[in-house]
Design a protein around this ligand. Sequence first.
Ligand code: DGL
Length: 285
Amino acid sequence: MTSMQNIVQFSKEAGPIGIFDSGYGGLTIYNEIKRLLPQYDYIYLGDNARTPYGTRSFNVVYEFTRQAVRHLFAQGCQLVILACNTASAKALRSIQQLDIPQLDPNRRVLGIIRPTVESIGELTKSRHVGVLATEGTIKSLSYPLEIRKLFPDIEVTGEACPIWVPLVETNEFASDGADFFVKRHIDNLLARDSKIDTIILGCTHYPILMDKIRKYVPEGVNVLTQGSAVAASLKDYLHRHPEMDLLCTKGGTTRFFTTEADGKFGNQASLFLQQQIEVETVTLV
Ligand code: DGL
């Protein structure tokens, strides 16, 4: 298929804002976006059947994320937020540089690492920051690289927490067993740099573990979740890009899609959203 054929396959009409994650984690971002910008229409897509992404290779995360973006474009989304740090770290740049020009140069895909990083400059006094994230995000070095661009004086230490996403996806986040893994990674991080006064939860699943995280993070250390920073950044983006704002419909609705069985997603998602939702199953190709 030529690039011209690709360009004409998607509609130019306004559509919902797409929000994508490997699973449920992006719901923590969706919640804050919906709270701040309730007037827009949204489509949430969780690739629950193939989660976690954090231990997968660059090429696999890129391919899965590209499929998700294509699906959301086909649903009419002109703007897509990768509400997943692993996808933002491993796939965003390739999608922006290689895929968007082919698919539709007028559409936009935004990540969540940059908006998160922008807010830490004022938070840390010691200028020592920790990042807890998936193996993929930590290995990509996206956080230290982005932080260095904005705040070269900040020292960054990362700790991969490979079990944390499965704890959330399997609904074990409140179990006693979860304490062991939460404590272990916080201890590891602080043992490597005891001056850390701000910890970024660089995975959208992690706010679900917040009760346990707070239990093991010493008093006085900030724990930064991403939702409100991402929502504020999206609001600012739409304000600065009225042409894109016009392409986002405003009906206050949300449709939820998952690659898993719809009933399974619906039950679990209701815990995150404190409401029952309708879910549709899709296959990404
Ligand atoms: N919520 C994702 C992130 O922010 C997920 C991770 C995963 O699927 O491993 O990185």
